[in-house]
Design a protein around this ligand. Sequence first.
Ligand code: ZN
Length: 321
Amino acid sequence: METVACNLCGSQQHTPVYEMPDRLFFPDEFFTVVECDHCGLGFVNPRPTIAEVQKYYPPEYYRTPPTSSHDRYVTRRFTQEASYLQELESRNGRKKLLDVGCANGDFPRFMAARGWEVEGVEISESSQRITDFLVHTQEFQDIPVNEPTYDAVTAWAVLEHVHNPMAYFQKASTVVKKGGLFVFLVTNFHSAASRYLFREDIPRHLYFFTRETVRQYLDKTGFTLEKEDNGRNVYKLAPNNWLSFFLRSRLRGKKFTYNDVPLTSKEFRRLHQLPNGIAAALQYAAYSPASVLDRMLWPAIEAAQVLTKNYGISTYAARKL
Ligand SMILES: [Zn+2]
């Protein structure tokens, strides 16, 4: 483990915001998320070093169901992601894209089909090998490209995972052509899901951004922020347990800690060895009526959050100056 200063402003002054474990793989290992007193950046501190963090990315982490280009959800997501690059497509000549954190390469492939020349960056050894276009297999800041080369660099849900986001912003500034775009999606540290509801994927997520901290990163690295989309069009971060949080924290004025989070229905069934069915559903409803009501309220809660720009996910498009 290592203790770090703020990646954005260098300050050593920060305040704990919450503690939670690695819910996916190591439920007994707790981590603290802090907020920089000076600039407001959120980060895990102390945190696993680059060598130590590998343990939190076991092969199961990458074992997502294979996506097919006919999958309607994925196609809709890629179409939404591509919309941020549309204005560049109307310019003359073939455009070049670098997708950082390209995983199995489906998004660059989608853009190649729209006429783009594509490259990717992917450091995960567990992700499947890509042979149909160039993929750099080192950290973004270490790829052997050191001049303005790309019309656009994209990074979908990547910056929260890396140990040094500033190096990523700086590298993007080096390799994006003047007038080109850096488009990235991150979780929103202003949202209830990120800040209060223990929905961040810790310690795989190490950094937590807001529009203010994103703006400061961009100012320091030669970009200007052109667009921020807060919402659930690309990825979702559902406000699970918002009602439990609201009842405890807002109505009763008590701190909502990880111990106050009700078991999920799946965890509840496992604990009581109940088969999935009506009987288990009724027992779960009796155990946590708030969870059941919460699930019913999601659409309304999410709609309100999107409307007030407090949803858990934000996409930013920044122009290279
Ligand atoms: Zn700071």
